[in-house]
Design a protein. Structure first.
Length: 66
């Protein structure tokens, strides 16, 4: 569907950040706990290897193929 535009380090950071935010959702209790669900976005883009926002701005962190 989308071309891969997220490099390895970027993907790892996104997955860790996404998992940390989702863990915060399950570990906290309060009226704004739902804000932690935003962790779904970096987790999904990290697992898929593509970021629609990167595509909009023409950013590509994937290493160039030789």
């Amino acid at each position: 569907m989308f071309a891969k535009n997220v490099g390895t380090i970027d993907r790892v950071v996104r997955v860790i950040l996404g998992l940390a935010l989702l863990a915060g959702y399950f570990m906290t209790n309060g009226p704004y706990t739902w804000v932690y669900l935003i962790g779904i976005i970096p987790l999904a883009t990290g697992l898929m290897g593509t970021c629609p926002v990167y595509s909009l701005f023409g950013v590509n962190t994937c290493p160039m193929k030789k």
